[in-house]
Design a protein around this ligand. Structure first.
Ligand code: LLP
Length: 428
């Protein structure tokens, strides 16, 4: 049978006149589970992970999946079973890791606004490390740990002031960002941390941004981190691990980010050259492990040709796929069953009552009402950022493994949505 692979998506291909994910025809899943529907390839996720594992072969590393990219239990379980730890940014995320069978000792807890309650829960659970983001947080964590008679393992997130050359909303390692501790204050902050009895200094951490498509920002950040490690250790505080965060980009629309294995071989060579070859490492990849493993299937509800624009109204919307509305992000949109009739140019939009509810501008598609489309690169930061805006139920999710499909999240119901609300008895 004719097979036509989609560039950048090795696990998605047209076989005959049907779009397949691995060996599963996507139309069968749309039929069975309804739309909008997220579908993920197990092989794509494990292949993406394997690139990191190969890059680190023979080194002491903990790969902590940044689960904010996709926090569904079935996805977490897959990465836990493949040996990953997890980067979490809330007690909610930690709860998910534990519910999916992940180990607390392999969790690192990041985020600029951890509450005391979250710190207590994480200390009770025994998380591996807190990535502390401010001097004020350091003092509070010390107090909370002492209150429980425990010591909190800490790493301090430093802001290396490196431009990751990505969208401003997702660059995090520049001076003007809210993340991390300024370069100039790092050594004294480590000295303070080392003096606090409720803390045990473990490592150093940075994360410079997301959807990074070049290697230079990583090399710059690594050099600055190593300069800092030298300075901190010279001031008498040993650093056991170096955490380089996440951020590696994916191919949404022809971008050519470095491959994880090649990037890490370069970074490891730099570590070796500077005498840090034996140092334990951590990384926090999110998007690059799941982004191109997922698609969102949507049905064409109506076609509305117009004088200025043709609208293709689909049943997925900005509540399911928030990235175009939030970051003007591009996602490929392709038919599940291509038509041979000549294409038109369409604005692909959702049913939500906002002009910002668009999924793709100016797309060349041959479509008819009732067709199914697949929005690609939908594995990361789609379902995890989905909302109930317009009281729309959040979509169902399916994990594909070869010819097998597992429902990993049921479609939300209206009863689920109104369950927590009360109708007060108001005085007339
Ligand atoms: N570590 C920390 C501390 C982070 O803040 C993030 C992402 C990561 C790791 C994982 O980064 P990744 O490997 O996924 O780039 N919603 C945006 C992306 C926000 C990223 C936030 N932090 C989007 O849809 O593009």
């Amino acid at each position: 049978m004719h097979s036509d692979r989609l560039p950048g998506h090795p696990h998605i291909a047209y076989l005959g006149d049907e779009l397949f994910l691995e060996e599963t025809p996507l139309s069968a899943l749309a039929q069975q589970y309804g739309t909008p529907l997220f579908v993920y390839s197990k092989t794509a996720m494990l292949t993406a992970l394997a690139a990191y594992q190969q890059g680190f072969a023979g080194r002491q590393v903990q790969i902590c999946y940044a689960m904010k990219a996709n926090s569904t239990l079935g996805i977490i379980q897959l990465f836990a079973q493949a040996g990953c730890g997890f980067d979490v940014v809330s007690q909610g995320e930690m709860t998910r890791v534990l519910a999916a069978g992940g180990q607390a000792s392999r969790i690192i807890f990041s985020g600029v606004g951890k509450t005391r309650a979250e710190m207590r829960a994480a200390l009770h659970a025994g998380v591996g490390c807190f990535n502390v983001e401010s001097e004020a947080e350091l003092e509070v964590l010390n107090e909370v740990a002492l209150g429980l008679g425990l010591q909190a393992p800490v790493s301090i997130r430093v802001n290396p002031n490196v431009d990751p050359q990505t969208h401003p909303y997702i660059s995090t390692g520049l001076k003007g960002n809210k993340f991390g501790i300024a370069h100039e204050r790092v050594v004294q902050t480590y000295q303070r941390a080392a003096a606090l009895p409720g803390l045990s200094v473990q490592g150093i951490d940075c994360h410079i941004g997301s959807q990074i498509t070049q290697e230079a920002p990583y090399l710059d950040a690594l050099d600055r981190m190593l300069d800092l490690v030298e300075a901190i250790e010279a001031a008498g505080v040993p650093i056991h691990h170096i955490d380089m965060g996440g951020g590696l980009g994916i191919d949404y629309n022809g971008e050519t980010p470095p491959q994880a294995d090649a990037l890490w071989r370069k970074l490891l060579a730099r570590l070796d050259a500077r005498g840090f070859g034996q140092r334990a490492l951590m990384i926090e990849p999110g998007r690059s492990l799941v982004g191109n493993a997922g698609v969102c299937i949507t049905e064409v509800l109506y076609l509305k040709p117009g004088e200025q624009k043709n609208f293709c109204i689909v049943d997925a919307a900005m509540n399911d796929l928030p990235r175009p509305a939030m970051y003007q992000a591009y996602h490929h949109i392709v038919p599940l069953k291509p038509r041979t009739s000549p294409p038109d140019t369409w604005e692909v939009v959702g049913p939500i009552c906002e002009s910002g509810d668009w999924i793709g501008h100016d797309r060349t598609l041959s479509v008819q009402q009732g067709d199914w489309l697949a929005v690609l690169s939908a594995g990361a930061y789609c379902m995890s950022m989905a909302s109930n805006y317009n009281t729309r139920n959040r979509a169902a999710e399916v994990l594909v493994d070869g010819t097998q499909a597992h429902l990993i999240r049921e479609r939300e119901s209206y009863a689920d949505q109104i369950r927590l609300e009360h109708l007060p008895v108001l005085t007339q």
